[in-house]
Design a protein. Structure first.
Length: 124
């Protein structure tokens, strides 16, 4: 872990970026991802916009990304730098809305150790 200050960006399922999201914004994004039901939306529409992700990085690296999907899968990725250039580790796991939200909350606080303890297979 680096001693520089972390920054976080939530990218919601329709592409809106939220810098340093609050817990409420994370909850809304997870709910939108997993349970949103809009009139006229087909399963294909939901699949087209089926993921949201939170990235937390440090100016000199590393960058951590947790991408959740409407299907209940999540990818935990670690990059050596904030430009997504060198992938260090990546795992795919099954998650519920609550589990994804818990992981996002830890990441939003840059609590990489909590994620690593909960998911040691991530290599974080």
């Amino acid at each position: 872990m680096t001693s520089s200050t972390a920054w976080c960006i939530l990218t919601k399922r329709y592409g809106e970026d939220v810098r340093n999201p609050t817990e409420q914004q994370l909850e809304e994004a997870a709910r939108e991802l997993f349970t949103e039901s809009l009139p006229g939306m087909t399963q294909g529409d939901y699949k087209e916009h089926g993921t949201a992700f939170l990235r937390c990085g440090f100016d000199e690296g590393p960058l951590y990304v947790i991408e959740g999907s409407r299907s209940g899968l999540a990818a935990l990725s670690k990059y050596a730098d904030p430009d997504f250039e060198e992938l260090v580790s990546e795992i795919n796991i099954e998650v519920s809305e609550a589990t994804l939200l818990e992981l996002w909350k830890w990441l939003a606080k840059a609590d990489i150790d909590a994620i690593g303890a909960a998911r040691p297979e991530s290599g974080w």
